[in-house]
Design a protein around this ligand. Sequence first.
Ligand SMILES: NC(=O)c1ccc[n+]([C@@H]2O[C@H](COP(=O)([O-])OP(=O)(O)OC[C@H]3O[C@@H](n4cnc5c(N)ncnc54)[C@H](O)[C@@H]3O)[C@@H](O)[C@H]2O)c1
Length: 270
Amino acid sequence: MSNNLLQGKRGIIFGALDEKSIAWKVAQKCIDQGAKITLTNTPAAIRFGQLKEMAAKVGAEVIPADATNDKDIADLIDKSMEILGGKLDFILHSIGMSINVRKGKSYTETNHNWMQKTFDISAMSFHRIMQCAYNKDAMAEWGSILALSYIAAQRTFSFYGEMAESKALLESFARSFGYHFGVKSKVRVNTISQSPTMTTAGEGIKGFNTFVDFAEQTSPLGNANAEQCADYCVFMFSDLSRMVTMQNLFHDGGYSMTGINPQAILAAED
Ligand SMILES: NC(=O)c1ccc[n+]([C@@H]2O[C@H](COP(=O)([O-])OP(=O)(O)OC[C@H]3O[C@@H](n4cnc5c(N)ncnc54)[C@H](O)[C@@H]3O)[C@@H](O)[C@H]2O)c1
């Protein structure tokens, strides 16, 4: 169903890898709602993933960019404005990768070089993208910038490794840059803290399936899925959410505010 909530808006979507990616669901919904977008991912992800085929289906251009590389980001922003025909109304940062988690290193055995790389990919990239867009004056007034986060920024989830600190940093960048972008050009910056969701990144976390079930039972509404996350992103890119900025917005069926759900205890006893 389309209400043309994003009619005439232009945006860049980072992080669609395959059809399960949250970013891909967001891309499809943005187009359904009338937006024009460019899609981006690393050259390797584009080579080995399905982004080119997916983009062809929706008529969007794919521009390779490593989000840890300032030159790639600058080229991406320039090319996107050229292709889309003007300043940007929205950007989605949907990027996350922990080298220690991927290599099975426990939190107490963390390799710090890998940790730095994780912070660079998963959090500093958000600052790099915003800094580039800010200095190029690439965002239209009342534009909206979003990144996807997880509740491990506030509470401990032992399987999440250094991604917890990455998400804390990501959310902090949204607050700090949200101030500067708001003052400069009324651009808003927020993070959405999403339920555990079955995607390539999610499935890379040990014990993830069990945790998805636990969160599903704990949340009064159940887990929010990728499609529902995409709906929320569309709302946040639209003019309906104009005065929301510098926030971390929980999109998790109530999980973050639930102490104990007796249903989850009963299920565990079965
Ligand atoms: N899946 C979940 O349970 C869940 C829950 C909350 C938040 N999130 C967040 O949602 C976002 C999207 O993850 P997803 O679950 O859709 O998984 P995904 O694996 O589909 O997306 C992660 C993306 O990051 C990209 N990426 C990695 N390194 C990059 C780099 N250097 N430059 C540019 N892109 C790079 C990958 O290629 C991939 O497309 C991530 O930030 C993730 O932490 C996911």
